[in-house]
Design a binder for this molecule. Structure first.
Ligand code: AHR
Length: 501
């Protein structure tokens, strides 16, 4: 029997948990928008064509801010194509995803959908093939009350009240050679600095996200962050991080330790940002918007390359429709633990993406919608991670990984408010149960303890159209409290939460 030990003391805190940590991402990509959130003619569609079964699942998922409309898509996007009478909207080639964009959904429709799901809009402007003027135009359309060219056009389109978008992304992954308008750090820094300054002239209180590297594996990682932040520091609030994980072959040991990589990535970006802060003698602290993160089987993905004939690029093809297993959900839960552990500096994050495209929610055209395995750790964490993230003392046995060296078998984080304390934990062992002993004496009297775990004898089990609830979280009856210690058994390859009242 393996044991791990955790000490919780509510006096030792990391920082408050910002609700924006539980954000997501909707890109005009594959069937995320069309045949995902929007399917006129579906039995559950409302008068705007939005599927109500999807609205209900998004609410249940507990998503805060939603980044839109891309992603790689945004770098070729003309936002004006998506406003005004639908029948007059142009069909365009979407070079990022080899698709035809019909523009039936644009800013106003997406904002209407967000009102239905109760989430905030995080809007990305195109700094790949466009620049400061178009960013100012969309800002005027979205946020100015009335009496100007773009705000009056919004009103003429039936949207009297401004959308009042508070958080904006200055482009997407501009360091990536795949990006339309891909730039050097110096070029992008200049474009982002000018755009940020101009947008702040319209509204000094906007929250702006500047592009960091599209991944820690990029050759320019680190230098990119330094150069971009040196130019933009005083006019932006966040630098972005993006990370996707998948196993290499059957090296599940490393895959299960993906959170270690995320921890190191965040720590490196924080160190770079703080070094720029010192160089600039600034009083301001830069936060991180981890606005793309997930498990993504990129090595399996070649669908876009297969769409070759530009005369017939499809509308909303099936792209990036990964099916997630129990193993993936445990890795995913570990990534959430890493984000919460950094709640002092990661104050916004977006699960990429929301529906059909590497998503927790899947839909069948004309048919049902269902929850992938990853849906469950997200919804439970979003619901129960409240108040403050705590600094923990965790003693866990370790194991050796090919990718990250020696890592802890158990990883955990805890959150605390007056309502109680919740511990989120993963057991990365492929073979062994772990007994987790939690010293809770500093919490005072713990009257009730309950635990829930996601695991299965078959770590490759997944939820499908035919079997949508094959994998669901189960009550973990092993949790006990006695003499100031909570004990709970964590099954191999599992994600768990323990609530203490
Ligand atoms: O989320 C899928 C894609 O991954 C996004 O469009 C892009 O920003 C990233 O490379």
């Amino acid at each position: 029997m393996i044991r791990a030990h955790l000490t919780i003391d509510p006096h030792f805190t990391v920082g408050p948990i910002n609700r924006r940590l539980f954000g997501s991402f909707v890109e005009h990509l594959g069937r995320c928008v069309y045949d995902g959130i929007y399917e006129p003619g579906h039995p559950t569609a409302d008068e705007n064509g939005f599927r109500q079964d999807v609205v209900d699942l998004v609410k249940e998922l507990g998503v805060s801010a939603i980044r839109y409309p891309g992603g790689n898509f945004v770098s070729g996007y003309r936002w004006e194509d998506g406003i005004g009478p639908r029948e007059q909207r142009p069909r365009r080639l979407d070079l990022a995803w080899h698709s035809t964009e019909t523009n039936q959904i644009g800013l106003d429709e997406f904002a209407t959908w967000l009102e239905a799901v109760g989430s905030e809009l995080m809007y990305a402007v195109n700094l790949g093939t466009r620049g400061v003027l178009e960013a100012l135009d969309v800002l005027e359309y979205a946020n100015i009350d009335s009496g100007t060219y773009w705000s009056d056009r919004r009103i003429a389109h039936g949207r009297r009240e401004p959308h009042d978008i508070r958080i904006w992304c200055l482009g997407n992954e501009m360091d990536g050679p795949w990006q339309l308008g891909h730039s050097t750090a110096e070029e992008y820094a200049q474009r982002a600095a000018t755009t940020a300054a101009a947008m702040r002239q319209v509204d000094p209180d906007l929250e702006l996200v500047v592009c960091g590297s599209s991944g820690a594996q990029m050759p320019t990682f680190g230098e990119w962050e330094r150069i971009v932040l040196e130019k933009t520091y005083e006019n932006v609030d966040f630098i972005s991080c993006h990370a996707y994980y998948e196993p290499e072959g059957d090296d599940y040991g490393s895959f299960l330790a993906s959170g270690v990589d995320m921890d190191r990535f965040i720590d490196a970006v924080v160190a770079t940002a703080d070094s720029v802060k010192a160089t600039l003698r600034s009083d301001k602290t830069m936060n991180i918007s981890f606005d793309e993160w997930n498990v993504w089987y990129q090595s399996r993905y070649q669908e876009v390359e297969r769409i070759t004939d530009i005369r017939s690029w499809p509308v909303a093809p099936r792209l990036l429709e990964d099916s997630y297993s129990v193993l993936d959900a445990v890795v995913f839960g570990g990534l959430l633990i890493s984000l919460i552990r950094h709640a002092d500096r990661v104050t916004a994050a977006s699960l990429a993406q929301l529906v059909n495209v590497i998503a927790p929610i899947m839909t069948e055209p004309g048919g049902p919608a269902w929850r992938q395995t990853t849906f469950h750790p997200f919804s439970l964490t979003s619901k129960l991670a409240r108040g403050t993230a705590l600094e923990l003392k965790l003693d866990s046995p370790t194991y050796e990984t090919a990718r990250y060296g020696e890592v802890a078998v158990v990883d955990a984080v805890a959150t605390h408010d007056e309502g109680g304390t919740t511990i989120f934990a993963v057991n990365r062992s492929l073979t062994d149960e772990v007994t987790l002993e939690i010293d809770v004496r500093a919490l005072g009297r713990v009257e009730a303890v309950a635990a829930t775990s996601l695991f299965d004898d078959d770590i490759h089990a997944a939820n499908t159209l035919a079997e949508p609830d094959r994998v669901v979280p189960r009550s973990n009856d092993s949790a006990r409290v006695a003499d100031g210690t909570v004990t709970v058994t964590l099954p191999p390859v599992s994600w768990s939460l323990v609530t203490l009242a």
